[in-house]
Design a protein around this ligand. Sequence first.
Ligand code: ADP
Ligand code: MG
Length: 675
Amino acid sequence: MSALPGVGPKRARDLEKLGVDTIADFLTLWPRRHLDRTTVTPLWQVAPGGPWTVRGRVESQQEHYLGPRKSYLRVRIGDGSGHLEATFFHATWLKRQLAPGTEVMLSGKVELFRHRLTMTHPEVEVLDGGRPPRLGLIPVYPLAGDLKQRFVQDLAEQTVRHWVMQVAEPLPAWLREREALPERPWAVLHQHFPETPDDLEQSRRRLVFDEFLRMSLAVLWLHRPQESASAPAFHADKTPLIASVLDRLPFALTAGQQEAWDDIARDLAKPRPMARLLQGDVGSGKTVLAVLTMAAAVGNGYQAALMAPTELLAEQHGTLLSQWLEPLGIPVVMVTGRGKDAEGLERLANGDPLVAVGTHALVSDTTRFGRLGVVVVDEQHRFGVRQRAQLGEKGLFPHMLVMTATPIPRTLALTVYGDLEVSQIRGLPPGRKPIQTVHLPMSERRSAYLKVMEAVKQGHQAYVICPLVEESEEGQGRAATMLAEGMRQIPGWRVGLVHGRMAPSEKAAVMEQFRRAELDVLVGTTILEVGVDVPNATVMVIEEADRFGLAQLHQLRGRVGRGPAPSSCYLLADPATQEGQARLEAMVRTQDGLELAEEDLALRGPGEVLGMRQHGVAGFQLANPLKDLVLLERARRVAREILAQDPELASEDCQGLRQWVFEALEAALPSHVLH
Ligand code: ADP
Ligand code: MG
């Protein structure tokens, strides 16, 4: 990028942070949104509401002080036809830019404040000497480092217009016409510089279709060899071994669990690899199904692997599985960072029937399986194409069960995972009481900790989750350490601490103490987010809860309410944004994972919710996989059609597509798999 005028090494580095290394990357640096400046309204026509774009001259400005270091700026503009005031909080730096006499353009909503038309924090463009005002739909780009919006806009203006004709059109003309899609270069250009909202929508349709098509082709192409792959057929239903596993459970399966198990057992009995997604809300009891599925493999003389998202969870699963399975003669081998069990690894390589538990290193590193029959993936809905290809590369086509608490629509699951069936565990185990959820301002922090004290007195346990510090586990770990230090001063509390920077063995030891109720309070970071299961813990306190995402809060809260005693969750926060406030309100209002997922989607957009933005093959940038389901289905159908006609994408017409698919796959796979 530094070859372009105005882009020095510093700006080139900042652009790299946005994923822009080349001009081609820059062409697909999509605006986050567009400012509507299609019409400038004379001030006399402006009424409360909007948004409006207005133009005028600064007539006066005034700084108002709210406290020693708090002030706001009020600016009055006029255009000869009327007046308007604009208010800016914490923005003293605007004082100079908006000096009286300056000509400005403002965009924003208008309210009536003390009988005066007012915009609060409008978008401002200073129209100083000679710069023509920007009108129309103005792209607003993501920024990084010291990049300024105006600079990126100018760069786009020069670069995109100049290079867009070089953008390839991989879709054959007949297909584009049949699907009524605009050409890709047109779509790229109009995603940056639409002339009308309709341009933007047409452009988006094409680009979203492309994202889906590319992914569908890649997934279908990859799964070709597996269509014919065979897997061992297992007797799973009503075998003596499964009966004894069920006998040893301290509870009976719920109806929802039984239904899901029926689905799984039916799949396992077929000589084709199962590919099933098991969805069930936090606490619905998915682990038991993993246990049954793995026991079925071992009962049939095969090996089973359980992959957990964190070592902490792998250890917990290991402990549980040893308790439940070893008495039945099923050995459990841990494959985690905590010292590998050399003898266990050898037995794995030999093909002895047993269960291996670890993180996803289980499939990706050098662990060898002699006779792998089943892989269960816990809480990693992102597990997909790449890992399956890695297994396939080792000649392994096991039955696969992916478990997740995140609701994923079926079509999307199909696209991300290939041919995947979906089971849903409906309902929760009996006797669960709703988790009382309370939002408290930071000033009432004390009352949350009094609840912790009460619970500890009654022999229950509590979690305290530390605020996210700059989204880094390191910072959060520091905060956790400090909080734990403070709490250790409280007489009568046995306080433990876990964070991601601790050695795996240390983490495991603390968790074990907590599980055995040798600790009353566990202070931790988001590594406690998924899977941790200690039914005696009944209180959770989340510090600065507004910093967490909704899905994360829901998962965290799911650590309590796992036993018969009533549980509560305290969200401590003085939310700084409306969105933060909305998330807390949603948490207080409902405990339904599906409802929260929908709310999350509305608040944040889909890419982040599914953790799929910028994620290899699964990378959607513009697509909203939940809202754009119709386009997704169309793209998937087209992908099937194309591959049916030309399985190798060898024809002249398909060269662009072939290139595309390989690029997509290369981003996700080690290149030797492809060649
Ligand atoms: P998740 O779906 O979140 O992974 P878990 O498998 O950890 O849920 O189960 C949550 C808790 O519910 C555990 O303590 C588990 O022992 C318990 N549990 C699971 N199934 C049942 C059941 N059928 N009846 C009663 N308790 C159950
Ligand atoms: Mg779980």
